[in-house]
Design a protein around this ligand. Sequence first.
Ligand code: SF4
Length: 503
Amino acid sequence: MSQNTSNKLVFFDKEKYRHPSTYQLLPFSFTHHSDDRYIISNDSGEYTFLTQDELGRVISRELSPGSDLYLNLKGKFFIADTIDDNLLNLLATKIRTKKSFLYAFTSLHIFVVTLRCDHSCGYCQVSRQNVANTKYDMSPETADKSVDLVFKSASDTIKIEFQGGESLLNFSLVKRIVLRALEKNKTANKNLQFIIATNLSNITDDQLEFCKLYNILISTSLDGTEDLHNANRPLPSQDSYKRFSTNLERVRSKLGYGGVSALMTTTTLSLQRPKEIIDEYVKLGFRSIFLRSISPYGFATRTKNLSFYETEEFLKFYKTGLDHILNLNRKGIELSESLAEIILRKILTPFPTHFVDLQSPAGVGIGAVVYNYDGLVYLSDEARMLAEMGDKHFALGDVHQNTYAEIFTNPILVNALNQSVAEVLPGCSDCAYKPFCGADPTYHYRVQGDEAGHRPTSGFCQRNMGVIRHLIDLIESGDQEILDIFYSWINRTSVRETKELRS
Ligand code: SF4
C-alpha cells in the first residue's frame, strides 16, 4: 500500500504483489512422516514426499522450472505456472470425483428387527435380550412405515440390511420387509439388494430357500479359531464355532461362496493371535478378512477383560496380520484385508469409498441409516448402540410420527455432518493424511464428549493415522509385488462393498 497525494491509502497495482518466481503454490497440507521425510497432499488425493530442504524450497518458490521435482509437483497439482480457469476446472473435477459419494444420498438402510439373541458375546454392541423376550421385536406396523421411508431416498441403489440381536429370530418380519420392498420397487425401479446379518447358529432350510429365491446375501461373524470364537461368542451349549462352520457349508452350498461374508472383532484374546485368526479364515475358504478394532459401545464398555486395549496394541496386531496376509498372497493364496482395501482405494485411485467412517463428511444418515425395533431412526448403528446405553442424542425421529423430510433434515444430523468435515476440523484440516481418512462424529461424541472431538488424544485418529502411514510405507517400499497385491485387492468388488457401507 502507499499514500497518494491526497493522503489516502491505496493499493499498488496487483503486479506489485506478484512473487518474482515463475510458479504459484496451490493449496496443500504437509505433515512430518518419518526421518527427514514430509508427506504433502491435496484435496484431490495426490501426495508425494519431500525432504525438509525440498519443502522449504517449494514454499519459497525456489524450484527450477523443468526440474524433476518441479514437474512432479506440477503434475500433481501442488504448483502451477499460472492459475487459470482450465486448471481450476480440472482440479474441481478431481475433487468432485473424490466427493462423488455425496451425490447418491442414503443407500444403506439397516433394520434392527429384534434385540433378542441366543449368544452372549462379551463385546456385544447392543443390549441383547433373552430369546423369549419378544417385546424387543420390531412390529409389522413399524416395519411397514420404515420401508415406506426407505423408498423416499433419492439413491438409485437401496441396500436393506437386517440386524439384531439375531435377526433370524424374527424371520417372519424379515420376509414381510423383503416382500413389501420388492412390491414397492415395481414402481420405484431401484437397484434393490438385501443382506441378513446372522450368527448362523440356527439358520433353517426354509430361511436359506427364501434367501436363494430373493438373492439375499448373508453377513456373518467369525472371530478366529474354535477356542477363540467360542470364548468371544459364547452359547450356553458352548458350540458356537461348530454350529458356525457346519452352517457355513449349508449356506455356501445353497447361495454359493459369494453369498456369504464374515466379519471379525478384535478382543484382548485376539491380540496375540493374528496369524491363527487369518489362517482360520483361509481354512474356511474366505477371500477377505476385516481386522476390526472393537467399538466403544454397549457391553464392550462393561467387559473390560475382553474389550479394553490400547490403540497401539491394535496397530501391532494389525500390522502383524497384514504382513501375514501379504505373505499368503505371495504364495498364491487370495485373501484381502478390508480396511487396507478401503484406504488403498482412496490412496491409489481417483475414486471415493462408501465406508461411512472414512468419508468427509461422514456417511452418518447420508450413507447409512438405522430403523430401530421401536420405531426410532438413528444416524448410524453406533448411535443406536449409544441409545441402548441410555443416550438417545442421535435419534433423528420416529417412523410413526415424523416425515422423511423431518428425519433427514433434523438439526442433530445436520450438526453431526457439519462436525465431520475433515477439511475444516481442528487437527484434520492441516493433516496431510486427510484425503485418505475421514471422521466419526458418533465415536467422538461417545468418547470425547462432542462430535468434532480432539484429534491429538483421539483413538480414532491414532488408529487411522497408524494404518494409513503403514500402507503408504508399503506402497513406497519399492516392492512391486506388494503393489500388485494391493491393486488386485482394489480391483475386486463383491459382497465387500456392502460390508464397506455397514462398517
Ligand atoms: S483423524 Fe487424524 S489422521 Fe485422520 S485426517 Fe484427522 S488428524 Fe489426520
